[in-house]
Design a protein around this ligand. Structure first.
Ligand code: SF4
Length: 499
């Protein structure tokens, strides 16, 4: 790779939008660029040599936002000879060559199927002094075979599949990420082991629809088996997964969750709507009764399970009666948290052209009622935990007020956010360590534990955080940790309404 100035490697910045898939893809983009000799620019550096936008097409106006950001960068690039701008992710897959037509100062456009080409495309664009656009229609190599610069010392994502075979009418994922491709269980487990060997305590298995994992190699029980196999990995303390799909959910997964000690009793299962008519219009083939049945069986097997969800309000044609069904299911399911979304048209999806799009004020009003109901329930569920002991995996970046309050923050085993007083252990607890403490207060979205911690365990993840080491998986699974700056952990649940 040529250098910006003699002897100094070129710097890069990745700007990520959207869901965990994108955040994890950004870890791969960083890994690839670092393998190619680039170094990460400081966050505050307004002048990196390469800026990569990893975009999301899920939201309406996502393209306006991208072109706005690209517009801001144009004068910066004009003043910085040799600077390159690359655009990848779902919006790039969708808009392709349009991006360089609308923003001719962009150097590289790459899609969701060919992340691995980025360093070569940057090099080629520089050499030819012309934009490179490369979009593939299907997956080139499974992205997990690419080198990955992990953002957390204690928690890591591991892809088990990419793409989706469903056709939910509000979702752009199938057209941009393609059909489901499953990774072989042996490869998944090898990556999990490599992460654990580098100190990681918690792994989140990632797929658009983890319950259909195995469809490609003909084993419909493959996901439950994978969870059980994770239970055999020494040193792996927490296993999570996202996202399951109610349509494909089988009872063996519930049994695997209940019987495998390191699998956390937390389940993020998108509901989307409580109305069977709306589910039908969304082309989601389960009905509310099936959804509630799964929850009942999960609770029977794991009474302490925390169940979270995604809900879309204001889907085209949704009536007040449909909306009331959603509120009914929310009350019955007793979620510990819910990501709620106002329906907005996503260009390219069937729902965007459906008749009966609802006026904004109707959607807004229902949305506010939904939030009020969700909060009433999540708060009541959280209050049940006051006085109970929780195990907290100490995190980076989870407590905005920690500096002011002198607390630290992390996630309980069930995924709840806990802010805890460090008491006499001030200065001794590191991100990645494990703390046991007692819940003293509950809010709708978090718990506080304001007494002296009951115990503190120093972990290898904490050692790595203290030493500034972030794990890397250098492609094809042979991961030994190398030195890197620690950064924020992945959030344990989805923030994207794609499922
Ligand atoms: S919402 Fe989820 S399950 Fe439905 S098509 Fe999109 S990715 Fe697949």
């Amino acid at each position: 790779m040529t250098t910006a100035a003699a002897g100094s490697p070129r710097t890069y910045q990745v700007r990520t939008y959207g869901c965990q898939m994108n955040v994890h893809d950004s870890e791969r983009i960083s890994g690839l660029l670092e393998q190619a000799g680039y170094v990460r620019a400081a966050d505050a550096d307004g002048n990196p040599d390469v800026v990569v936008f990893n975009t999301c097409a899920v939201r309406e106006n996502a393209d306006n936002r991208l072109y706005g950001n690209l517009g801001h960068l144009r004068p910066v690039k004009d003043k910085h000879p040799g600077m390159q701008i690359a655009v990848g992710g779902c919006l790039a897959q969708k808009d392709r060559g349009d991006i360089v037509r609308k923003a001719p100062w962009v150097d590289v456009v790459f899609g969701t199927h060919n992340i691995g080409s980025l360093p070569a495309l940057l090099e080629r664009a520089r050499h030819n002094a012309a934009a490179e656009v490369e979009i593939l229609e299907s997956l080139d190599v499974f992205p997990s075979t690419l080198p990955t610069r992990r953002e957390s010392t204690y928690a890591g994502w591991v892809s088990i599949s990419v793409g989706c075979n469903n056709t939910c009418t509000f979702c752009i994922v199938p057209s941009l990420r393609g059909k489901e491709k499953d990774r072989r269980p042996g490869d998944v487990l090898a990556e999990v082991r490599a992460l654990v060997d580098s100190g990681v305590l918690e792994v989140t298995l990632l797929g658009q629809n983890v319950n259909s994992y195995g469809v490609e190699f003909g084993d419909r029980y493959a996901f439950g088996k994978l969870l059980r196999a994770c239970g055999e990995i020494d040193g792996l303390e927490r296993v999570r997964f996202t996202s399951p799909h109610p349509k494909d959910f089988t009872d063996d997964v519930i049994a695997a969750m209940a019987e495998t000690p390191n699998v956390c009793h937390s389940l993020h299962m998108p509901l989307q709507s409580g109305s069977d008519d709306v589910l039908k219009a969304m082309r989601r083939s389960y009905r509310s009764e099936k959804y509630l049945g799964i929850i009942e069986r999960v609770r029977a097997a794991m009474p302490d399970a925390a169940i979270t969800t995604d809900i879309i309000v204001g889907f085209p044609g949704e009536t007040e009666a449909d909306f009331q069904r959603t509120l009914d299911v929310v009350r019955e399911a007793r979620f510990s948290s819910a990501f709620t979304f106002q329906y907005s048209k996503r260009p390219g999806t069937p729902a965007a052209t459906m008749p009966d799009q609802l006026p904004k004020q109707v959607v807004q009003e229902r949305y506010e009622r939904l939030i009020a109901t969700v909060e009433e329930i999540t708060w009541a569920e959280n209050r049940k935990l006051v006085g109970q002991q929780v195990e907290v995996l100490v995190a980076v970046g989870e407590g905005r007020k920690d500096e002011r309050t002198g607390r630290m923050s992390g996630r309980a085993r069930d995924g709840r956010l806990v802010h805890f007083d460090v008491g006499s252990l001030a200065g001794q607890i590191r991100p990645g360590d494990i703390v046991h403490t007692t819940v003293t207060y509950a809010a709708p979205h978090h718990l506080n534990a304001d007494g002296e911690p009951l115990s503190h365990r120093r972990t290898r993840a904490g050692d790595a955080a203290e030493a500034g080491r972030a794990p890397r998986t250098p492609g094809v699974l042979l991961g030994l940790p190398t030195v890197g700056a620690p950064a924020a952990a992945p959030a344990p649940t989805t923030g994207c309404a794609a499922h």
